[in-house]
Write a protein of this length. Structure first.
Length: 319
């Protein structure tokens, strides 16, 4: 954890009534007079863990963290099989972000996002570029159909045993087809034992394909049955529906980000989200720059990634 800022606690928090029966948990920490910044967590469904507070200089930033619909401390929680996810889409999340910005009286903010959070950050910024002062994106993904196919099938060539277990956990008739659709169906099965096993199998694969280094340790959050179920339901929900975006639209519309400074940070050996995605984005987004971190895979905790993300956030503290 070296290089991170000291542990801090929120000075304000609440539950945003986002409509459709959803309450979105939010918190603010750092300096009330600091530069506004907002963190978009990954997943979908990971929640915004307290450790993200430490990426921001508490004397310079007014940091907003929130749990996207259905996860973390937001309610209703997607771990409950009776919770309908129809009102949990990218459009709903963007609307929640704008509602939260208005609720907190923020005109523009620095947007930070990783993995799925980078997809959401791009969708938000392309919709409301006037609300974004700068962006720091890491482990960049745009959640296209090609990327989803890669992470559920193509990347299996690097982890053949683990991928075979992932594939063979669905009925034989579905193993050569759309694995996301198969898991989506299993996670909505009437039998609770089928749902529980599907969530376990899905999260086991999620942990496998990020393990590119010998010092990889399994994510302890997957040991929690509630987290596991919500995470698996939300990821498959968004991937099954192509992130509720026109395929390729984020890359196509990257020109809307012209004038917004952006730093893209990506591990060169990130097998979950290959480097060509942020490379293409950097070419389509005027004013952005790409930093590739050697020997780093997926996630801000990878060697060199943490330092690069911290440096990029600090760079925008007084701009």
């Amino acid at each position: 954890m070296g290089g991170l800022h000291p542990v801090i606690e929120p000075y304000d928090s609440g539950m945003l009534d986002a409509g459709d029966g959803n309450l979105v948990y939010w918190e603010v920490c750092g300096s009330p007079a600091g530069k506004p910044a907002v963190m978009f967590h990954g997943g979908p469904g990971s929640g915004c863990v307290p450790g993200w507070r430490r990426y921001f200089n508490p004397a310079a930033y007014r940091v907003v963290l929130f749990d996207q619909r259905g996860c973390g401390c937001s309610t209703p929680h997607a771990s409950d099989p009776t919770v309908d996810l129809a009102s949990n889409t990218t459009e709903h999340l963007i609307a929640d972000i704008e509602l939260l910005r208005e609720r907190l009286g923020i005109e523009r903010w620095l947007v930070i996002g990783g993995s799925w959070g980078s997809t959401l950050a791009l969708a938000y910024a392309e919709r409301f570029p006037e609300r974004v002062s700068a962006m720091v994106l890491f482990s960049v993904a745009t959640t296209t159909a090609r990327e989803v196919r890669w992470v559920t099938r193509g990347v299996g060539r690097y982890f053949p045993d683990e991928w075979a277990r992932f594939r063979d956990a669905v009925p034989a008739a579905e193993r050569d087809g759309d694995l996301v659709a198969a898991y989506y169906r299993l996670l909505h099965d009437a039998d609770p034992e089928v749902r529980v096993q599907a969530a376990r199998d899905w999260c086991r694969w999620e942990d496998a394909h990020v393990a590119v280094r010998s010092d990889h340790r399994p994510d302890p959050r997957y040991d929690d049955a509630s987290f596991r179920m919500a995470f698996a339901r939300l990821v498959t929900h968004y991937w099954h529906h192509a992130a509720f975006l026109e395929d390729g639209a984020l890359m196509r519309d990257a020109g809307r980000l012209a004038g917004i400074p952006g730093v893209l940070i990506h591990g060169r050996i990130d097998l979950s989200s290959p480097l060509d995605v942020p490379w293409q984005l950097s070419r389509a987004w005027p004013g952005s720059e790409l930093t590739a971190i050697d020997d780093a895979g997926h996630g801000a905790g990878q060697p060199g990634m943490q330092e690069a993300v911290l440096a990029a956030i600090e760079r925008f503290a007084h701009k």
